[in-house]
Design a protein around this ligand. Sequence first.
Ligand SMILES: NC(=O)c1ccc[n+]([C@@H]2O[C@H](COP(=O)([O-])OP(=O)(O)OC[C@H]3O[C@@H](n4cnc5c(N)ncnc54)[C@H](O)[C@@H]3O)[C@@H](O)[C@H]2O)c1
Length: 336
Amino acid sequence: MAKIRTCLFGLGHMGKNHLRVLQEDARFELVAVVDPVTDALPTTASAVPLHKHLPDDLTFDLAVVAAPTELHYSLVTKLLEAGHNVFVEKPAASTEGQARDLVALAEKKGLKLAVGNIERCNPVVGALRGVIQSGILGRLVHLNGLRAGGFPRNVKPGNNVILDLGVHELDLFRMFLGPLDIVHGVGHCTQTSSIYDAAEISVRSKKGVTGTVHVNWLTPQRMRSIRVTGSEGLCLVDYIQQTCELHGHNLSKKNTPFQRLKWTTDAQGLDSTSVPVAQKESLKEQLDQLHLYLSGEAHILAVGAELIESVSLVEQAEKQVASAHVLPFHDPKSGH
Ligand SMILES: NC(=O)c1ccc[n+]([C@@H]2O[C@H](COP(=O)([O-])OP(=O)(O)OC[C@H]3O[C@@H](n4cnc5c(N)ncnc54)[C@H](O)[C@@H]3O)[C@@H](O)[C@H]2O)c1
């Protein structure tokens, strides 16, 4: 496959990461960056034209969109209309209806459209999938996801922590458990009166497995983890450290691919081990997966119905949160 001529839209926090991995990858040729505000490339970047607006005569095969979430729908629509394949940062759009429109437009135009639900590409998620599929945990009972910290610098009305962080967890829960119902949600607006910055969402799979997602932008340190509880054991995954631990009575004796690992057993007879994880930057794995997708090969990115579903689960959770009791916003200036 020829080099993929790529134009990057948005050179903020996430755009700079995309710039770095795109410039390091010989399969992609970054031909331009478009950002109406940012004036300079990072000092570590190789030279590439930086435009305030997309030049009319620029030709490229792929647009990578890392602009603010509230612009995804209009920007991606324009790029698809103009005949470009698009990789858009998460969330693909702000509502299920918008996500449906984008997928339908890409299909109509015969173009590729994928969303950067990046945690899918975290190698530790591959390890967790292996654990779940092996059956070592027994019958799956409950998933508990925690994604906290990292208040975004520019939050606009319309965005919220469920859309920004919850989308990762809900997308992964769907991947592990199949179709989901949102059972319940509660949330808080602590920093502004209209934007949820903390929320808890309960889900249930068609097979009856339950899950809870806690997301907040408030915790000072970034925490990203998942606990998977089965009838016979527990798997603890840290997405940042890329660690995956197994705990349970007699797990080491089970005939599974994990039997050959080094296990410890404590005084209560609880077996524990660490599942090896091939350490890799998720963003680089995501680029590998994007290349597979563009080449027409099997990949793990969220596209089509899965892209829509990741936004639809968020929207259902937002509705639950909006109709539930929420701690009232206390304006610190008002003194009560
Ligand atoms: N995958 C992840 O883990 C992850 C992490 C952080 C952010 N994100 C996503 O990346 C997107 C950007 O977030 P961010 O934190 O980088 O925001 P940011 O505010 O740091 O950067 C956004 C940039 O887009 C530019 N921009 C504004 N309008 C534009 C336009 N019309 N065309 C091109 N550029 C435009 C802004 O000037 C800014 O430089 C969001 O959708 C966010 O959800 C994903």
